[in-house]
Design a protein around this ligand. Structure first.
Ligand SMILES: C[S@@+](CC[C@H](N)C(=O)[O-])C[C@H]1O[C@@H](n2cnc3c(N)ncnc32)[C@H](O)[C@@H]1O
Length: 364
């Protein structure tokens, strides 16, 4: 069994992905400073993450778990435009840089390292520091930029992933960074696979009567004069990336709105936003966003049921199938809808990570 440490654990997307992939692994300790995220994590997995700041962890704090694997999804703000692109100078980059400096001080290095971040991380100084450190410590590194849409899931979420495995014998080739390739196709090499993408309707949750509380408030729509935002229908096959601002008044870039009425209307008069009021526009519910992010959830009635051959040991890419492994993602009752959206917007797509674990990381 592989023993993992999960840094920046949030609601545990990287932990869930281990279960989705069917990897024989356990998470010995998770680390996160966000108390709301930690509450959800504990409610789901039954163990509380440490809330000690990651930039203050010592070698001793880490060595006590004898971990073979590090899972990391550090804050993305240092590498996004909204976060002013300060990269390594941004305080929020410090915990990752701290872990990079701690690594060579460990008496036993983890065999596997997995990192998830936003597009743009690939051109950052933080990524340069990370790959240079891993290269000097004899890790075999793979990097990619992939979106769930490439895996047959109707949601855009282009993310950077790094998969590193420690070599058994040191390599004589040096200078990984000069010959690095950031893969943008899935699978990386070999034949393209045509994954079938289910329609949005296969992820929906609500009976018409429950929809009221998820409707986009009229004032958000009427103030959106000439601003376009993404509207999708149940028959559609695409949604835009859900961010941590989803569910708030930031309707332009935070994720798709679902059209539930007058479904024959497909051309929108953005200059007269009151014309949008008849479309029954609502937010996707947190449950629906969690399904689109492929978190393990209980089965639901309209999910696609295209079951495939189980492939526990095979490392060939799989067609997406809604994961139902346990534990399911569960929110404590006192977590508000807006908090759930914030946590989900910060999280990741468990299916994409599970496929990278299965096909590229845990292959020996
Ligand atoms: C991008 S989110 C990770 C989300 C996670 N992968 C998930 O599935 O929910 C980054 C996380 O890092 C945590 N974080 C940021 N700085 C931290 C620090 N110095 N120490 C501990 N946690 C930190 C934040 O609270 C946030 O939950």
């Amino acid at each position: 069994m592989i023993t993992c440490l999960e840094f920046f654990s949030g609601i545990g997307g990287l932990h869930h992905a281990l279960n989705v992939a069917g990897i024989d692994a356990s998470v010995a300790k998770a680390f996160d400073m966000n108390e709301v995220a930690n509450k959800v994590y504990q409610h789901t997995f039954g163990s509380a993450p440490s809330n000690k700041a990651i930039d203050r962890l010592t070698v001793k704090d880490i060595e006590r778990y004898n971990a073979d694997c590090w899972l990391l999804s550090p804050p993305c703000q240092p590498y996004t435009r909204g976060g002013k692109l300060q990269d390594s100078e941004d305080q929020r980059a410090k915990p990752l840089l701290h872990l990079i400096t701690l690594l060579p001080k460990l008496s036993i290095l983890p065999r596997y390292i997995f990192l998830e971040n936003v597009k743009n991380f690939e051109c950052s100084q933080s990524r340069e520091a990370l790959v240079n450190q891993l290269d000097s410590l004899d890790y075999y590194i793979q990097e990619c930029l992939l979106s769930p849409t490439q895996f047959g899931i109707p949601n855009h979420r282009l993310r950077y992933y790094l998969i590193a495995r420690r070599r058994d014998t040191p390599s004589d080739s040096e200078g990984y960074i000069e010959r690095a390739i950031i893969h943008e196709c899935w699978p990386f090499d070999g034949e393209r696979i045509e994954f079938k993408t289910p329609s949005i309707s296969a992820f929906l949750d609500l009976e018409e009567t429950d929809a009221e509380q998820h409707l986009v408030p009229e004032k958000y729509l009427t103030k959106s004069n000439n601003f376009r935002f993404d509207i999708t229908k149940p028959s559609g096959h695409q949604t835009s990336c859900f961010t941590k601002a989803y569910g708030s008044h930031h309707i332009q870039t935070s994720g798709s709105m679902l059209q539930t009425k007058n479904l024959e209307v497909s051309s929108y008069d953005w200059a007269h936003p009151e014309s949008l009021l008849s479309l029954g526009l609502r937010y996707f519910t947190p449950t629906e966003v969690a399904r689109l992010h492929a978190f393990p959830m209980p089965p639901w009635k309209n999910e696609t049921t295209d079951t495939q051959e189980p492939s526990v040991n095979s490392i060939t890419p799989r067609q997406y199938e809604a994961p139902h492994c346990t534990p399911h993602l569960k929110f404590p009752d006192d977590i508000k809808i807006i908090q759930k959206h914030r946590l989900l917007g910060n999280s990741l797509n468990c299916w994409v990570v599970a496929e990278l674990y299965r096909c590229l990381m845990f292959i020996d």
